[in-house]
Design a protein around this ligand. Structure first.
Ligand code: SF4
Length: 126
């Protein structure tokens, strides 16, 4: 049963560092405007994750790759989090995330060496 992109209209799925070949590749993806870096920050974690940019950055909603007829990326090009989401089988069911969670992905990103030091991403409040 098709989920009709209900998750893609909310938040893009998370990437893993292994989907990029180098820090330069990550930088190029972010500079292209198609990918962005989000900060996971609460009492348990402070880590960044790379994932597709929002379709509506102001509202922080939707995925830039979502089109009227679905995702513009082929299945193998999609972020890890997208490929690992098992769509619901019943209308009243829930989609099931499998594999590494976004928090685990955040820890992988911080250990990858593909992002600048986290303190350099924090903008001081004046
Ligand atoms: S990359 Fe594709 S599958 Fe993943 S959130 Fe965006 S539109 Fe959905």
């Amino acid at each position: 049963m098709r989920c009709e992109g209900s998750c893609c209209r909310l938040q893009p799925g998370h990437c893993l560092p292994s989907e990029f070949e180098s820090a330069e590749a990550v930088r190029a993806a972010v500079v292209s405007g198609k990918y962005t870096i989000v900060l996971l920050f609460d009492e348990h974690i402070m880590a960044r994750v790379v994932r597709p940019h929002y379709k509506d950055p102001e509202a922080r909603k939707g995925c830039i790759f979502l089109r009227e007829d679905g995702c513009e990326l082929s299945f193998s090009e999609r972020p890890y989090g997208c490929r690992m989401l098992k769509p619901k089988e019943q209308d009243d069911g829930h989609c099931e995330p499998q594999g590494a969670s976004i928090e685990e992905a955040g820890r992988m990103w911080e250990e990858s060496g593909y992002l600048p030091p986290i303190w350099s991403s924090i903008i001081p409040v004046k």
